[in-house]
Design a protein around this ligand. Structure first.
Ligand SMILES: O=C(O)CNC(=O)[C@H](CS)NC(=O)CCC(=O)C(=O)O
Length: 277
């Protein structure tokens, strides 16, 4: 299976973002990709709750989701819509940060709402309060795709190894980590975190990322780290997309998952232990 990780610079206009991703997806299909992955908040990067309230829709009305379901069905490919920001069901007033797996008939195979909220003061001038705008999910999800079992995570989730081990123990062979990583933390943390998750689980880690300077109509401007990464089950970086928009193509061989796990069977070596005193 050939996977394509799309690295993009989403704006805060969902229709504009759909047009851009659609073109990139067609390029990936022309290169033989059967599985296309997009970053976190593909439909809208915005720091203005007011603007989000204006342009974001419930899942059934999101233009990016509808457009990519259509593309998936036309091309007969799998698409991981890394995440989209959506209006939640009332009474929840916050948005959902939802990752969606689309099957080759255009149907929705799995949904995962980001579990861990990025409520972090990363530097003196850069603070994120994701949980003010987004309601966190409360369950881990594996998408049972015909070509593989895919454990779904989003961005900040990468810092919580237990989630990834639990997905791997439940059968995930590929872990997806779509992201909009901060430029303050990316240089030091992004790659080692992703490689650690791959080594600990013996799974492929596919991390399509937002990059560059995002144009916003209102609110504070945002920049993201880029460096979409594909890591093999031994922890080797197969490809790095650098800082500009583009695409990574990687050929996945699930026998390598099996091989890494038989060489280092750490997933089977957990032991109960008394808590530290
Ligand atoms: O708000 C949005 O538009 C979409 N969500 C994000 O961009 C989220 C929350 S602000 N970003 C992260 O989780 C970055 C994590 C990170 O950078 C780290 O763990 O160091």
């Amino acid at each position: 299976m050939r996977a394509a990780l799309l690295q993009i610079t989403s704006s805060d206009d969902p229709s504009e973002n759909l047009a851009m991703v659609r073109e990139a997806l067609r390029g990936a299909v022309a290169e033989g990709a059967g599985f296309v992955l997009t970053p976190e908040v593909t439909n809208c990067v915005s720091s203005s709750r007011r603007h989000q309230a204006e342009v974001l829709r419930p899942e059934a009305e999101d233009v990016v989701l509808a457009g990519l379901r259509d593309e998936a069905a036309k091309a007969g490919i799998w698409v991981l819509l890394g995440s989209i920001a959506l209006k939640s069901e009332p009474p929840e007033t916050r948005f959902a940060n939802r990752s969606i797996m689309i099957g080759p008939d255009g149907g929705i195979v799995a949904r995962y709402d980001k579990l861990h909220m990025f409520d972090v003061q990363v530097t003196e001038t850069e603070t994120y309060r994701e949980s003010e705008g987004f309601a966190p999910g409360d369950r881990a999800v594996i998408a049972d795709c015909e070509f593989a079992k895919v454990g779904m995570t989003v961005c900040y989730d990468v810092r919580f190894p237990e989630l990834h081990r639990s997905l791997a123990k439940a059968g995930a062979q590929i872990l997806t980590v779509p992201a909009a990583f901060s430029p303050a933390t990316g240089p030091g943390h992004w790659e080692p975190l992703l490689r650690a998750r791959a080594i600990e689980t013996g799974a492929y880690v596919l991390a399509p990322a937002q990059c560059g300077q995002h144009s916003v109509r209102e609110g504070r401007p945002r920049a993201t780290h880029g460096h979409s990464l594909a890591v093999d089950p031994w922890g080797k970086v197969l490809a790095d997309a650098g800082e500009r928009p583009g695409m990574l193509l990687v050929d996945l061989d699930l026998a390598r998952v099996q091989k890494a796990r038989s060489q280092i069977p750490a997933l089977q070596h957990d032991r109960p232990f008394a808590p530290p005193t």
